[in-house]
Design a binder for this molecule. Sequence first.
Ligand code: ZN
Length: 461
Amino acid sequence: MAVAYAISEKLVYTKENEYTGNTQYYYRMRYCPVCGTKRQRCLRIEEEGETTAYICKYAPSDKEIETAIGTCWVHEESTNKEFKKLKEIKTIKEPKSKPLNEETLSFRTEVYNTMKKLLIKYEKENLPKYKGKIIPLYKHHYEDLKKRGLNDEQILRNGYFSVPISNRKVFAKDGNYKHKITTAISKDLYDKFGNELLNVPGFIKLKDQFGNEYITYKTKVSNYLVETDKNGENVVKTDKNGKEMKEYVEIDGYFIPYERLGNIYALQYRLTKEVYDNKGKKRRYLWYSSKQASSGSPIAHHIPMNLKRIDVLLVTEGALKGVIASEFLGFEGLYEAGVGNYNNLLFTLQKLEKIVEKKFKIILALDMDKYENPDVLRAEKETIRLLKSTGHQVAIAHWPIEIGKGIDDALLYLHKLEQKIKEGEQLINELNTPELKEKAKEKLLQMKQIYNESKIKYKVV
Ligand SMILES: [Zn+2]
């Protein structure tokens, strides 16, 4: 073996073997028989004309060493053990898929919460802080939530966290070399949870360059390539074989947990930049899901920090929107993943009412563009029918669409207007001419009028 490789090798240095006293020759190989690469980073050690070991940069063994080019692994030729190990490619047996019950749900919750903790562990220097606590969101994700009207306390309490940006480098456990944050977090999760991770939506099995299988979480999302057809509509491009064209882009976004009574049922994520789906439609909110484990269509529940009414329950579509609206209004809420999910909504509502031993008055707040969409209107009608058939009092929330399509945007608009009115009232006292005062009063009156006209109104149905 030594002869065959000698031509393409370069002697890098020599060293005395402290045990045998022989000279060890270290050769840099053009081709490494351990990992099979030609990257010229792996070494062969020769002693008394015999190969005794390889120091490989790419194929792990249980003998890890630090070198000038980072972590490498020793593979000893003499015992041949490591080589045998190498030939046995690591495969991961897929666990039996399990139904969503108390046990699998709490496992799911623990995995997601651990993922959040690991993001904090590896990225703490780059994350915002509040009262000594680290907010698990990259700055631009954090700012998006602030812009929507949530404060730091609410952000922390609601459990949002960023999808770790996969190309960031972090220090490995021993602190000696850096690797991708995705590798670090996936490894930690695998050590703790093992193959069962595949039963959690968003976790997938992949193969490394040596054919070894490993489990990681999704870091990419497909983005279909679109073009406009002759009617001006977006359509997905196809290649010459008629296959739809798409690319995979890194996920830059944050998770929105769909939580209920302390359990995370699923994670939705909000992308900073929209992608196109296979129908050529722009998508910003997607489910963290995988083939082995689906996110399902969960119903989220939330109790706001300043609960104002204990008999009212806000029902809307989408947990991000719903939670923000609940925080503004001071109403408890249930949020469906889609408007057509009313059967599941009612089932969840009845279960919740059994636990808390009360019947809620329901406020239904679907987006105000519902009048342009017959499917949404039909779903609203059906939801009301079901709610009433189970003896619930129902009111529909409405507001002018100009101040916001969703109830969260409308409430944010109203909140800002309210602040402006308050500021204006204080400012009036500081004005020193009667003319200015009169003008300001007039302006304030106008603002108050707009406020009253735009306020969320409830119609009992
Ligand atoms: Zn190698």
